[in-house]
Design a protein around this ligand. Structure first.
Ligand code: DGP
Length: 115
């Protein structure tokens, strides 16, 4: 059992978040430190701590997570101009919350490469 994170508390409604989408598989909410005009985090309801543990989820759960990310981005109106999906993994990836999450960043032209 991994440690309880801030995202566990958001999913359990123990702390508030600006939730933008929820279904049986995923929860999406606005990042508290937005790095773009639109910055939303998507988490799977079946928890793994990191992207590198994705194989611990079923192929169906993995598919629903990624399909959920695309659906949220579309609902946020980002399809037309595009957006970026980022998953930070581990120390060098600058992951700070040990609950798998995808960042959806959009609403401006993003630079590349990231720092
Ligand atoms: P990462 O570095 O990939 O682990 O990103 C974690 C993100 O989580 C970071 O962009 C800030 C965001 N975050 C941290 N605490 C909270 C919180 O309490 N609420 C919300 N909405 N976002 C948070």
């Amino acid at each position: 059992m991994s440690d309880v994170t801030i995202f566990d508390k958001i999913i359990n409604r123990e702390i508030p978040a600006q939730i933008v989408y929820e279904d049986a598989s995923v929860l999406a909410f606005r990042d508290i430190q937005p790095q773009a005009p639109t910055h939303v985090l998507v988490i799977p309801k079946k928890k793994v701590a990191r992207f590198s543990q994705l194989a611990d989820l079923s192929p169906q759960d993995v598919g629903q997570f990624f399909a959920g990310v695309a659906k949220v981005a579309a609902q946020l109106g980002l399809d037309k101009n595009g957006y970026r999906v980022v998953v930070n993994n581990g120390r060098d990836g600058q992951q700070t919350v040990e609950y798998l999450h995808a960042h959806i960043l959009g609403g401006r032209s993003l630079t590349w490469p990231p720092g």
